[in-house]
Ligand binder design. Structure first.
Ligand SMILES: CC(C)=CCNc1ncnc2c1ncn2[C@@H]1O[C@H](COP(=O)(O)O)[C@@H](O)[C@H]1O
Length: 261
């Protein structure tokens, strides 16, 4: 028997003589027919969750400055709010920001449409739901997530501001998650802007009378979320906040470099 026949290398492993397995690793992977209940267990889900983070980070890591835009899945084209969404996407694109939405219909589609038609980068991060649906047709880059919490990480990690258009429970969930992240300083200098005073004014009043007056939030928490009517104001607030960050970073770099010679 030659040396080659007496040795089997399997990836980083080496086997000799009677320890050599009768099949190869590939063969065992491809031939195997066994119970499949492990695909419904949490350890397997953890791997799927990891792979969703890997795909999402891979898709978005080179995104330019971006703004996440949230809003109702149910508002129809041809309505005042839909047009507002289109305009918000367009103004963000003109200011050089990519627009990220939940990739669905309604206000998400409106913002993607406005961004794409104005020449901006239009991104959709969809979510698997019990009813059939696909990403809207105004998306340049998109991904559909299985897990809400993985998708939410992407909105926060890859955008520098949240813009919230009229919407229902899903939109309120995204708004209050953003407000909580800013309040608890998990994200810093992160504008959260509500568009449409007629729609959001009632919520602001409720926050003031029910939350603030019962001391469930601090007076300064009222400033974490701003309400505007004009999409140009949205861009203005985001730009000012980013200029401020750029200045702070310059100052930090200067102080770290030490005194000039
Ligand atoms: C026709 C229909 C209801 C489709 C739902 N399809 C969806 N596709 C993608 N994101 C969604 C969807 N529904 C809710 N969301 C998420 O929740 C928000 C809208 O929820 P809502 O309609 O306000 O409560 C969006 O910003 C989005 O991130």
């Amino acid at each position: 028997m030659t040396e080659d026949e007496n040795v089997r290398r399997a990836g980083p492993l080496t086997y000799r003589g009677s320890s050599i397995p009768s099949t190869t690793t590939d063969q065992r992977l491809l031939d195997r027919r066994g119970p499949s209940d492990w695909v419904h267990t949490d350890p397997w889900r953890v791997l799927r969750i990891q792979s969703e983070f890997v795909e999402g980070f891979g898709l978005l890591s080179e995104l330019p400055s971006a703004v996440s835009v949230f809003g109702s899945a149910r508002i129809k084209p041809g309505t005042r709010y839909y047009d507002l969404g289109v305009e918000v996407g367009a103004r963000l694109a003109e200011a050089g920001y990519a627009t990220i939405t939940g990739g669905g219909p309604g206000m998400m589609e409106a913002a993607n449409k406005g961004a794409q038609e104005a020449g901006g980068l239009s991104v959709g991060l969809g979510i698997e739901l019990p009813f059939e649906q696909s990403l809207n047709s105004h998306i340049d880059m998109g991904m559909t997530f299985r897990y809400f919490f993985v998708r939410k990480t992407m909105f926060v990690k890859y955008s520098q501001a949240f813009v919230v258009l009229p919407g229902g429970f899903g939109t309120l969930d995204e708004l209050f998650e953003a407000a909580t992240l800013v309040q608890t300083k998990k994200v810093t200098r992160f504008p959260v802007i509500l568009v449409g005073r007629d729609f959001w004014g009632g919520l602001e009043e409720w926050v003031r009378t029910s939350l603030l007056e019962n001391e469930l939030i601090k007076p300064q928490d009222m400033e974490l979320v701003q309400i505007v009517d004009d999409p140009l104001e949205v861009v203005d607030i985001i730009r000012k906040s980013h200029l401020h960050i750029a200045r702070e970073q310059e100052e930090l770099a200067r102080s770290e470099a030490g005194p000039e010679q």
